[in-house]
Design a protein around this ligand. Structure first.
Ligand SMILES: N[C@@H](CCC(=O)N[C@@H](CS)C(=O)NCC(=O)O)C(=O)O
Length: 218
């Protein structure tokens, strides 16, 4: 099985962490990525398989998939153990409803901040940071009676862990205002699969002389 990812791809990291959690041997190839954070030149297999031209892309024999969440679903189907979605349909639906906004509601605020790094005190950046803080507060409430976002450790945790790493890098990290979420971050970050993927990413940042979030410094 081959995963096309990028050295700073949070979506690629989601897929790689999930494969490691499942114990699936996976060959990860990093596509070209330049110092301006552009994925250029586009890898020919990425262009062929993903009409959006984005990583991650997973190739497993004749199966070719793009989108990190679609890759989660495939991994769950081929390797049901250990499960990374809850068992019952209702709980699964709830977990998916936590994984999706991580990518599609929270992370877009982080992408907004990526373009506002020279004006972090400006109104647009402050609005994006406030949206992230609101998201953290909602998850803090969800963690009142559980250790992980959807009960047991799941894809929802993997997705949000990676999204918040990038939020931290871009100025919208979590704070002591959400202590349960901070403890959750410790718990998820201590997992071997998570460390094995996030640490090389941080090493890549350091190798480029770019800041590494304090909570991930060696
Ligand atoms: N929804 C997609 C998002 C993938 C995505 O945004 N990938 C980024 C890297 S993290 C990318 O390839 N960007 C290059 C581009 O859009 O040209 C997923 O979950 O895989």
């Amino acid at each position: 099985m081959k995963l096309l990812s990028g050295p700073l791809s949070m979506f690629g990291a989601k897929a790689e962490i999930a494969a490691r959690e499942k114990g699936i041997a996976i060959d990860v190839e990093m596509v070209p990525f330049d110092s301006d954070d552009f994925y250029r030149p586009k890898h020919p297999e990425v262009l062929r398989i993903n009409p959006k031209g984005q990583v991650p892309v997973l190739i497993d024999g004749g199966v070719e998939i793009f989108d990190s969440t679609q890759i989660f679903e495939y991994l769950e189907d081929i390797a049901p153990e250990p499960p990374l979605w809850p068992a019952s349909p209702a709980d699964r639906a709830r977990a998916r409803q936590l994984e999706h906004p991580s990518d599609e509601v929270f992370f877009p605020q982080v992408i907004r901040l990526m373009g506002l790094q020279d004006d972090l005190q400006g109104e647009a950046a402050r609005k994006a940071c406030a949206a992230c803080a609101g998201f953290y507060a909602r998850l803090e409430s969800a963690l009142a009676d559980r250790d992980y976002l959807a009960g047991d450790y799941s894809y929802a945790d993997i997705a949000f862990y990676m999204a918040q790493v990038f939020a931290e890098r871009k100025g919208a990290g979590m704070t002591d205002a959400t202590p349960r979420l901070m403890a959750w971050r410790e718990r998820v970050g201590a997992r071997a699969a998570v460390r094995a993927v996030v640490q090389p990413m941080m090493d890549f940042l350091a190798s480029q002389g770019r800041p590494v979030p304090a909570f991930l410094q060696r």
